[in-house]
Design a protein around this ligand. Structure first.
Ligand code: AMP
Ligand code: MG
Length: 348
């Protein structure tokens, strides 16, 4: 039996989750929100610091475990907002020192993909549509490769930015979805797919100009935004399926909560005979259960007998080992700009 604690703190959410042998026992969280304006990184970090202990206790209570049963502590090492990541790593290091248990640094984006296993995925193409990240990711030749991505802002940040412009607070996505449901007229917007990549900042400027001109209803703009930008996402995801020959599409990230995006993905999958997977909401948005879930896989891989070369990689991942934990702990740092394709994968 293995019990892994996971800690998530890349952006707006501070979460602590517990996974035992691949089963989620708890997924506690507290999210930073605003009435108007977007995320202020230092404020979000302050929020994380304030709620950390409470979220931790809640997570242990819901999981019905005590601290002593934890085998390892997994945490989001990156990518993310540095001030927020620092709160997470500091909390993880403190626990690691206190409990004498190893740390497992986890890549947030890869965790979104791997937690899809709970819904039945084996080897998916993932459309990862979140606030800061928008990527099409799939495993190929020993790594998670980025097949396509946004060339500027993430799709969630793009939606939030437009929402902010029209007076909606953070997060703007759910509000825009509600408005879009009442939109009737499709308004032509730029459609910017460049090979496997997309670009969103030009569309954002165009939308803001249209809104400011007062010639268009906000509902129609929200509707057209969704139809246009989600079509761009689905087009690139479909091309990745065709290119890799994979037969599963997995949605991930907060924007994947959007029912129109889910519907468009479903239609595309049906048309090309692929299977569509979408985790439940609590695992779609930023959450710590996915960090614990991947943390457990990495922890188990590193502790099983492996050929020498993989063991060398694994040793770098898991800290501290029994002898001089503190020194090794100090070396472990956040990776705010860590790329999905930089992650060493020795568990697949
Ligand atoms: P994440 O960074 O993965 O936690 O996702 C957060 C992002 O998801 C924010 O930009 C939200 O505005 C966006 N989001 C959440 N719910 C929805 C929704 N129903 N439709 C569109 N975007 C959403
Ligand atoms: Mg995320």
């Amino acid at each position: 039996m293995t019990i892994i604690l996971g800690i998530e703190s890349t952006a707006h959410t501070f979460g602590v989750g517990v996974v035992r042998d691949g089963k989620v026992l708890s997924n506690a969280k507290s999210a930073y929100t605003t009435e108007s304006g977007g995320i202020i990184p230092m404020d979000a970090a302050k929020h994380h610091k304030e709620v950390a202990e409470e979220v931790y206790s809640e997570s242990l209570n819901v999981a019905r475990i005590n601290e002593g049963e934890i085998d390892a502590i997994a945490f989001s090492q990156g990518p993310g907002l540095a001030p927020c990541l620092i709160q997470g790593i500091n909390f993880a290091k403190e626990l690691s020192r206190g409990l004498g248990k190893p740390l497992v640094p986890v890549n947030h984006c890869v965790a979104h993909l791997e937690v899809g296993k709970l819904t039945g995925t084996k080897d998916p193409v993932m459309l990862y549509a979140s606030g800061a990240n928008t990527q099409i990711i799939a495993y190929a030749s020993g790594k998670f490769r980025v097949f396509g991505e946004t060339l500027d802002v993430g799709v969630g940040n793009f939606i939030d930015n437009f929402a902010r412009h029209v007076g909606i607070g953070f997060p703007g996505g759910p509000e825009i979805e509600k408005l879009a449901k009442n939109g009737k007229n499709f308004i032509e917007l730029p459609y910017t797919v460049k090979g496997m990549d997309i670009a969103l900042s030009g569309i954002l400027t165009n939308l803001k100009q249209k809104f400011d001109s007062k010639k268009y209803k906000l509902e129609d703009l929200a509707y057209s935004l969704q139809e246009t930008v989600f079509a761009m996402l689905v087009e690139t995801a479909e091309r990745a399926l065709a290119h890799t020959g994979k037969k599963e599409l997995l949605l991930g990230g907060g924007v994947a909560c959007n029912s129109r995006l889910q519907e468009m993905c479903k239609i595309m999958c049906k048309e090309r005979g692929a299977k569509f997977f979408c985790p439940e909401r609590s695992l779609l948005v930023d959450n710590a259960a996915m960090i614990a879930f991947l943390g457990e896989i990495m922890f188990k891989t590193s502790s099983r007998p492996t050929p020498d070369f993989t063991r060398r990689i694994s040793k770098k991942l898991l800290l501290p080992r029994s002898r001089s934990p503190t020194q090794k702990l100090e070396k472990l740092d956040i990776m705010p700009r860590q790329r999905t394709d930089d992650v060493g994968v020795d568990w697949r």
